[in-house]
Design a protein around this ligand. Structure first.
Ligand SMILES: Cc1cc2nc3c(=O)[nH]c(=O)nc-3n(C[C@H](O)[C@H](O)[C@H](O)COP(=O)(O)O)c2cc1C
Length: 344
C-alpha cells in the first residue's frame, strides 16, 4: 500500500462550503484529517486567476485539491500547477452530477468513460509526484454498479492511481438535482466493501451518509478510509475526536470554546486582511449542533454577521449566549485569547 494509506479520515470536497476559511476552521479541530478543496475546473486553473482559485495557507496541510475536467492534457497541466502551489494531493472528480458539469463532460458522467478517466489519471501522474486520486460514484443511471465500478477501478488501478474514494450510491443524471443526487439514490456500502476485497493493495475510501465517528470506525474494518461530507460541515465538533481515535494523537482542542478561541484569532487576522465576518462565521454555525444554546448561537451568527462592518464582536456575542446557559466551559470573554483549558 502506498503512503496514501495514512489518510484515514477526509473531509469531502464541497462546492461553496469547503473554502479556505472552512478548512482553517476544520484544521482547528483536527490536525490529521485530509481536507479537500471545492472542485475547481481544470480549464479555470490553467486559464484563470490561480491565486484566487488555488491559494491556501500552510496551516491547512494536509490538503488535497479536487479538479474537474476530462481533457487529459489540460488536467495534467492543472495538476502540475496544483502541485506547484504546494497541495498534498490532486483528485479527479468523477462523481458530480450537475448539468453544468455534464455539459463540460466531466464529473459523474465520466463513470461511462473509464478509459478516458484512466488516460487523465495517467497524464496527471506523469507530471506530478504528489498522489493522484479519484472520487467516483458506484455508477450512473442504468449502469450495473457491479460492472461499472469494477470497470472504473480496473482502469485507474492499471495506471497506478494512488487511491479511490467512492461515494457509495449511483448518480441519476436525468431528473434529479445535484442535491437530490446526494440523498435519493440508495446507499450501497457493501458494493464498496466488495471493491476493497478485489483491490487489497489499492487505497479504497468510502463516502456517503456517514454521520458519526462510530460509523466511521465500523467502516474501517472494510475499507481504508472514510470521507465525511455534510456531517463534518453541519456538526464539525465530530472532527475534534478524529486525531485521538484514528491517528493515535492528542486532539488539538478539548472544548468547543477552545476551538472558538483559536478560530477567533484567525478571524481577527482575516478581518484585518479585508475579509467580511460572514465569510468566515458561516462555517462555524454548526459548532454547537445538538447542544442547548445551539439555536441562539446560530441566530447571533447568521443575523449579526451579515451586518455591514460586523467584526469579532459577533463571535463574542454568540459565545456569550452559550456562556449564559452555563454550558461548555464558561470562559469569560476576556480569557478567550488564553483559552486552553476546560471540559467539554
Ligand atoms: C454543498 C455540497 C457541495 C458538494 N460539492 C462537491 C464537489 O465539489 N466535488 C465532489 O466530488 N463532491 C461534492 N459534493 C459531494 C460530497 O463530496 C459527498 O460526496 C456527498 O455529500 C456525500 O457525502 P456525505 O453524505 O458525507 O455528505 C458536495 C456536497 C455538498 C453537500
Amino acid at each position: 500500500m502506498t503512503k496514501y494509506q495514512a489518510h484515514k479520515i477526509a473531509v469531502a470536497p464541497m462546492m461553496e462550503w469547503t473554502d479556505p476559511y472552512c478548512r482553517a476552521f476544520h484544521r482547528v479541530l483536527t490536525r490529521h484529517a485530509l481536507l479537500y478543496t471545492e472542485m475547481v475546473a481544470s480549464a479555470a486553473v490553467v486559464h484563470g486567476d490561480r491565486q484566487r482559485l488555488l491559494g491556501f495557507r500552510d496551516l491547512e496541510h494536509p490538503v488535497a485539491c479536487q479538479l474537474g475536467g476530462s481533457d487529459p492534457r489540460q488536467l495534467a497541466e492543472a495538476a502540475r500547477i496544483v502541485e506547484d502551489f504546494g497541495y498534498d494531493e490532486v483528485n479527479l472528480n468523477v462523481g458530480c452530477p450537475s448539468d453544468r458539469v455534464q455539459s463540460g463532460r466531466f464529473g459523474a458522467c465520466l463513470m461511462r468513460e473509464p478509459d478516458l478517466v484512466a488516460e487523465s489519471v495517467a497524464a496527471m501522474k506523469a507530471v506530478v509526484r504528489i498522489p493522484v486520486t479519484v472520487k467516483c460514484r458506484i455508477g450512473v443511471d442504468d449502469q450495473d454498479p457491479e460492472v461499472a465500478l469494477d470497470a472504473l477501478a480496473d482502469a485507474v488501478a492499471a495506471v497506478k492511481v494512488d487511491g479511490l474514494w467512492v461515494h457509495a450510491r449511483k448518480a441519476w443524471l436525468k431528473g434529479l438535482s445535484p442535491k437530490e443526487n446526494r440523498d435519493i439514490p440508495p446507499l450501497d456500502y457493501d458494493r464498496v466493501h466488495r471493491l476493497k476485497q478485489r483491490f487489497p493493495d489499492l487505497f479504497i475510501g468510502i463516502n456517503g451518509g456517514i454521520g458519526s465517528l462510530d460509523e466511521a470506525s465500523a467502516q474501517m474494518s472494510h475499507v481504508d478510509g472514510v470521507m465525511l461530507g455534510r456531517a463534518a460541515y453541519h456538526d464539525p465538533w465530530l472532527l475534534a475526536g478524529v486525531d485521538s481515535r484514528f491517528h493515535g494523537a492528542v486532539d488539538p482542542v478539548e472544548s468547543r470554546a477552545e476551538a472558538v478561541a483559536r478560530f477567533r484569532s484567525f478571524l481577527i487576522e482575516r478581518l484585518q486582511d479585508g475579509a467580511r465576518a460572514n465569510q468566515l462565521l458561516r462555517h462555524v454555525l454548526g459548532l454547537y449542533h445538538g447542544v442547548p444554546g445551539a439555536r441562539a448561537w446560530r441566530r447571533r451568527l447568521t443575523v449579526d454577521a451579515v451586518r455591514p462592518g460586523a467584526g469579532v464582536e459577533v463571535l463574542d456575542a454568540a459565545l456569550a449566549e452559550i456562556d449564559q446557559l452555563g454550558l461548555d466551559n464558561s470562559l469569560g470573554l476576556g480569557q478567550l485569547e488564553l483559552a486552553g483549558a476546560g471540559g467539554r
